[in-house]
Design a protein around this ligand. Sequence first.
Ligand code: C2E
Ligand code: CA
Ligand code: CA
Length: 716
Amino acid sequence: MAQLQAKGATARTQTLLVVDDRPENLEAMQALLGDGDWQLRCVSSGEAALQCLLDEEVGLVLLDVQMPHMGGFEVARLMRGNPRTRYIPIIFVSAIAQTANAVLQGYATGAVDFMLKPFDPKVLRHKIHSLLEHERNRSELMQLTQQLDSARAFNASVLDNAAEGIMVVGEDGLIRFANPAMAQMLGCSVNELQGSALLSHLRTPAVDCEWPQSAFYQHWRQNKTYRVHEASLRTRDGGSVPVALSCSPLPKLQRAMVVLALDMSVVRSLHSQLESQAVTDPLTGLLNRRGFHQALESALSRTGRSGQRLALLYLDLDGFKRINDSLGHGVGDQLLKRVGEQLKASLRPYDTLARVGGDEFTAVLDSLGHSEDAARVAEKLIEQVSVRHSLNGVDFTIGASVGIACFPECGQTVDSLLRAADMAMYEAKRAGRQQYRFFLPEMNGRARSRLMLEESLRTAIEHNDFILVYQPQIHLESGKLRGFEALLRWQHRVAGTVAPSVFIPLLEETRLINRLGDWIFHQGVRQYGELSRRFSDDLVLSLNVSPVQFGMPQLVEDLGRVLDEYQLDPAQLEVEVTESALMQNLGNTQEQLRQLRLLGVKIAIDDFGTGYSSLAYLRHFELDTLKIDRLFIANMLDSPRDAAVVSTIIDLGRNLGLEVIAEGVETQAQRDWLIEHRCPIMQGFLVAPGLSAADAGLFPAQLDWEALPLHVPPKA
Ligand code: C2E
Ligand code: CA
Ligand code: CA
C-alpha cells in the first residue's frame, strides 16, 4: 500500500525566482537576497521566467510588472493557466506608483502581494520567508492528498476485485458495506445488500434468536473472531451457497465487524465426492467394506435405542473362483455386477447392501420382527443368485451361501456381528452350499420349521383346507342346548387334523388370520343359519376372535356384512375375546366393544381367570358372558384354590348379571360340582367335542343327563 510521506519536502531548499528586465535591478536583488536559506534564480524576461518555472520547482516568484515583450501580468496569467504553476505565489514588484486599477488587476491575475520600489529589504525578506513557508505547506498538503487518493483507490480496487465476499456489518446487525463478489454470490446487487440484516441471508446455522443473542454479536462484544466453517447463505432466488464465514471485529471506534464469506461450493462437492468414493465399491456401486462398517455402526445405534432387532447377512458366492479363473476377470467382474443388482432388487430399498470382498456381500436387515424373516430373505437371495447366467455367450450357474447373525443375540458390535455372520456362512458352506445358517444353531431349527409351517399355511388357505367344528354349550340345570362354539380345524393332507393352538399364533404373527378370519365368519354364519333352522331362534353361535382380529378397525363392519348376507339376527351371535385382546389398547377396545354392542352381538370373555382378571374392566366394559378357563375346571375337584376361583367367578357373573360358561367339563363329577355351585352353562368333552356341521345338526335340543355318554363321534 502507498505510504504517505508527510514531511517529504522539508529537506529541499526552495527556489526563489526573481524576474526583472533591468540588470541593475537584478544585481540589487542578488545583493539583497543572495544569502537567504533559499536558492536564488534571476532571469531578465517573462519568457525566461516561464522557461525556468517549467524546468524547476519554484517556491515563489518576484515579478517585475513593467517588462518589454511580456509584462508581469501576462506572465502571471500564463502561470495561472498551467496546473503545474497555478498555485505558486507571486509578489509583483513595481517602480512606479500603481493606480488602484493596476493593483486590482495584479491581484486578479493571482498576485499575493505588491511591493513598490523602493521597498524595505527587511519587509521583503520577511514576506519571502512566510510565503515560501506557506508554499511549502501547500505543496506538502497536495502531495499528501494525492497519496491519500491513490491509497483509497487502491483499497477500493482490492475490495472490488477480491474473489471472496466481504461485508462490514454494524453492531446493529445490518450490512453497511458489501463488495461486488458478495453481491454476486447472493445473486443481488450491492445496493440491495446494504442496509439489510446479515441474519436474513443466513440459512445455516439456523439462528432462531434476535441479533443481540446471536453468536455473531456475542463474539463481537467480546472482541473475538467468530468462524463458521459449515455455513450456507440464502441466495435471492431461494437457492443456497455453502460458505465458510469469518467475522472479525473492526477497531472499537467503528462499532462494526468485517465478515468474510468464502464460497465453498466446489470444495464441498469435491469433499462429498471423495467421501462417497471412499465408501463405495467402484465395480458394483454398492457400499464397500468401510462404508458397510459405517452403515452397520449407525444401524446398531439406531436399533439399540429403539429396542428392535436387526440381522446381518453374509453372502458368499459358490463357484465364483472357478468362473473367474476359467472365463477371465472381465466376465468375473460382469458377474459380480449382475449379482449386486440381483441382490439389491431382492432387498427393501432401505436395507443396506455392500460388497465387502471379492465375491462376498453383506446386507443389514433393519427393524426385523423375527429371526425367521432373516431366513426368508436369505432364501430369496440364494434363489435370486442361483439362476442360469449367460455372459459372453457362455451359460453357467453359480450359487450362494449365507450366514446370518442377529442383533442382539449373536453380538452387540460391528465386529462381533461380522465375525458371527462370517462363521455362520462357513457353516452353511460346510453343510453343502446353497444354504443359509444362523450363527446360533437353535435358530436354524426354529426358523426352518416356522418357515415350513408358514408356507404350508399359505397353501392351506389357498386350497381351503380348513373346516369349522361346533362344540355344544348346555344349560346345566335343564340340559337344554344353549348354542355352539365354532372351532377351527386345519385338515392337513399328510399330518391329518391340526389343532388351532399350533397354528393360530403363527396366523396372528403373519397377519394371515385376517384372510382366514373372513372365511371363518362366512362359513360359521352360513352353517349356523342352517343349524338354527333345525333348533330354535335363540340358539347362540360363538365365534372366536383373536387379538389381531379384535384390533382391526373393520371387524364390526365385516361382521355386520356377513350377518346381513345370511339374514341372521345379531343377537344370536356371540364374539369370544380373550382378556389380553381387551387389554392391548384400551382406547381402541372401548370403541370396538361399543361398535359391537351397537351391532347387537353378544360379547364373551374367553379363558376368564387366566389373564389380568381385573374387576375394573368388568365395570367399564359392557359384557354378556364369562367363560371360565378349562384349566380351573380340570383342577377344581383336587385344588381348593381352583375351586375357589371357579365359584367366585360364578358368583361374580350372577351378581353382575352375566352368563357364565364352564369350559372343558370332562366328567360327571365336575358337572355335579358345577350344578351344586349354581354354574349356569357348560361346554366340554363330557357332552361332546367339536362336531362337524352335519353332526351338530343331529345333536339333541334337550339333553338327557342320564343318557350320557351320548353316541357322538370321537373327539376332534
Ligand atoms: P378356546 O376358545 O378356549 O377353545 C376351547 C378349546 O378347548 C378348544 O380347543 C376345544 O376343543 C377345547 N376343549 C373343549 N372341551 C374340552 C374338554 O372337555 N377337555 C379339553 N381338554 N379340551 C376341551 P381348540 O379347538 O384346540 O382351540 C384352541 C384355541 O384356539 C381356542 O381356545 C381358541 O382360542 C383358538 N381358536 C379355535 N378356533 C378358532 C377360530 O375359529 N378363530 C380364532 N381366532 N381362534 C380360534
Ligand atoms: Ca373360545
Ligand atoms: Ca376358552
